[in-house]
Design a protein around this ligand. Structure first.
Ligand SMILES: Cc1cc2nc3c(=O)[nH]c(=O)nc-3n(C[C@H](O)[C@H](O)[C@H](O)COP(=O)(O)O)c2cc1C
Length: 172
């Protein structure tokens, strides 16, 4: 089968029409991502797959919280956030930080970073940021953070999210 035969009829019409939401989710779900927990002083935290790198000079990263998020406005009030890149064995944390607010830090090992934000133990990487800008992103907000400090434990495999399932990539 060729690549062309795999293209859905929804994407081959000559005139663009309204985008079906489940089709949008299915297509975007075919793009594998990592999973991060955005933490803030509190401690506060929420799982996100929308992390992206933006700029080296100045150093900026971004992610997109839903406008309906209850956690992001509370983190925003503190003026800063930390990106915790989850490791392959952190699937339970990805679920926990998307679940009930009061249980998110239950049994979670963390320490305060240089800027006093929660750094999750055994994460693959940590990026401490000051909020740089918030832009309109439809039903989400595009948050840009100026990187203040960052580090990584590169020997660890990251957690990967693809088609709604969790996995990892051993590099082989
Ligand atoms: C793997 C995964 C990725 C997610 N990515 C995002 C994301 O990029 N943006 C977002 O707003 N929510 C995302 N969520 C959902 C949020 O974690 C969850 O809905 C949110 O924490 C709701 O809680 P809140 O109202 O306290 O913010 C994701 C959840 C999971 C499990």
């Amino acid at each position: 089968m060729t690549a062309c035969e795999l293209v859905s009829p929804q994407s081959t019409g000559s005139a663009p029409g309204p985008v079906d939401q489940s089709h949008y989710r299915r297509v975007l779900g075919s793009h594998p991502t990592g999973v991060v927990v955005i933490t803030g002083r509190g401690p506060l935290g929420m799982s996100c797959s929308s992390l992206f790198s933006v700029s080296l000079t100045p150093p900026l990263v971004g992610f997109c919280p839903a406008r309906s998020s209850k956690t992001w406005p509370r983190i925003r009030e503190t003026g800063s956030f930390c990106v915790n890149i989850l490791a392959a064995h952190h699937e339970h944390l990805a679920r926990q930080f998307a679940g009930e607010d009061e249980h998110r830090f239950h049994d979670v090992a963390w320490s305060a970073g240089l800027t006093h934000m929660p750094l999750l133990r055994e994460a693959v990487g940590w990026i401490e940021c000051r909020i740089h800008a918030e832009l309109d992103g439809g039903d989400h907000t595009i948050v840009l953070g100026e990187v203040l400090a960052l580090d990584a434990a590169n020997q660890r495999s990251a957690l990967i999210f693809h088609h709604g399932s969790y996995g990892s990539f051993d590099g082989s």
